[in-house]
Design a binder for this molecule. Sequence first.
Ligand code: UDP
Length: 140
Amino acid sequence: MATERTLSIIKPDATRRNLTGKINARFEDAGLRIVAQKRVLLTQAEAEGFYAVHRERSFFPELVAFMTSGPVVVQVLEGENAVLKNRDIMGATNPANAAPGTIRADFAESIEANSVHGSDSLENATNEVAYFFAQTEIVG
Ligand code: UDP
């Protein structure tokens, strides 16, 4: 298995409830290393650009409003099989369908306010990491 990097975002519902540390512990306990991290307020343009693939979906305007409603923590996670491993730790998009013990099962408020984002493929991970971080900001 290869060492991979994936983009994670701790979403505004989670930063609002002071859950950054608890969520980071899930990653570290699973063997993922946080090799870059910053707390930012996304602009509307940044959120729209990040979720451009969902531009035509009915939930897009609300999603952009949610993602700009408070601070997010954007981070790069590194480890063996990091992309899929993080998706497993996160759980399903809809917390009602998320497996017990996953971040979304334990913390998400709704299908929209679901506490975390994680890249869903290695190709998307590469692009999403580059969207938020310069190479010099990632310290492995
Ligand atoms: N989302 C939403 N309503 C939906 C589906 C998705 O508000 O019906 C939001 C939710 O925050 C989700 C994000 O849009 O995490 C991106 O959706 P995607 O299907 O890519 O899910 P993910 O990869 O985050 O599990």
